[in-house]
Design a protein around this ligand. Sequence first.
Ligand code: SAM
Length: 351
Amino acid sequence: MKDDIKKSILKNVSYGYSLLRFGGFAAQGFLLPLIDQISTGKKREAPVNFPEHLKAALPKIQNLLKKDSDNIAQGFYPIDVLFPESPINHSFRLPKIVTDAFRSAKRRDSKSAHEFDAEATDFTKNLPEYYTRNFHYQTSGYLGETSAELYEHQVEILFSGAANAMRRLLIPQLKIHLQNSDGEGLHFLEIASGTGAMTKFLALAFPKAQITCVDLSSFYLNKAQKRLNQFKRIDYVQGAAEKLNFKDQTFDVVVSCFLFHELPFNIRQDVINEGQRLLKPMGFYGMIDSLQKNDDEDFQWALDRFPIDFHEPFYKNYIDHPMESLFEELGLKNIQSEVGFLSKAVSGVRV
Ligand SMILES: C[S@@+](CC[C@H](N)C(=O)[O-])C[C@H]1O[C@@H](n2cnc3c(N)ncnc32)[C@H](O)[C@@H]1O
C-alpha cells in the first residue's frame, strides 16, 4: 500500500513538472513565426487546418508525458532524469536563441543549406557529403560551438518541451531486454550521441554501465563531455556510425536517437549492419526517431511539413521506409515498436 502511494506521488509530481516545462517551451515556440516574419519580411503560411491539428496533438503530448511519468514511477529510470538545468543558464541562452533564429530564418528563406564559417570549414573536408550541410538551417550545421550550445534548447522548442520524454521512450524496452539490470559488466554504444541528451538518461537508468559515445561532430562531443563530466564511465569517440574502428562483438547494446531521418537510405542500411557487427549475440539494437508514414494519421501533416520548414533532404525517403521492416530485412529479431507523440522507439535483437 505504502509503495502504491509512493508511486502515485512520484507519477503526479513528474507529470506536473513536465506540464510546466511543456508550457515554458511551447511559449518560446510561439515566438518563432514572428521572428521569421521580422527577419524575412514574409509571413510563413500556417499548415492547412492548423487549429484542428493542434487540438489533435495536445492529448498525444499529454499521453507521452504521462507515459514518461509512469515509467519513472515504475522504476524504469529515476526521477533525476527530470532534474532541470540552472534557470540562469537557460535564461542567458535565450537571447542567443533569438539571435540565431533570425539567422536561421534568413537561411530558410534563401534555402542556403551549405553555409559554414571558417571554424567549421576546416572540418568539413574530412566529413561525408551527406552530412556537411545546415540541417534544420541551423548555424554551422553540427559543426560549431554555438550550434552545440544551442542545439538541445532549440530541439525542445521545436517539440514544445517533449523532446527529452521522446528520447527516454526506448529505455523501458532496453530495461526489459536486460532483465532490469543496472548495467554492471555491460558496454553500451550510443551512435550519433550529439551533445549527450540521451546519454545522460542512459547513464542514470543504468548506473553501472560503461558507455561509449560516437558522433561525427567533435563540437557536439566536446559539449557532451563537459556537461556529463560527473559520469566517469563514459568515453567519447569522433567517427562515422557506418564505419567504426571497434572490434566485432564489442558491445551489449547499440542505440541512437534522432539519427536515421538525417541519413540517405544506403547509409541507414550501413549503420544498422555496422551496429550488428559490433553487437555481441543477443545484443540489443535500438533507436528513437521521427514517426513514419502510417504510424499516426493525425500527424501526417507534420511529417509533410517538416522538410519544408527545416533543411532535411533525406526525411521524405526516411518516412517512406519503415524502420521496423528495415531492421527485420537486415536480420534483427524480436522487433518491438512504440509510438510517443511525434517519435517512435524501435528495437531488435541480434541473433
Ligand atoms: C539530430 S542530432 C541528434 C543528437 C542526439 N542523439 C540527440 O538526441 O539530441 C543528429 C546527430 O547525429 C550526428 N550524426 C549524423 N550523421 C552521423 C554519422 N553518420 N555518424 C555519427 N554521427 C552522425 C550529428 O553530428 C548529430 O549530433
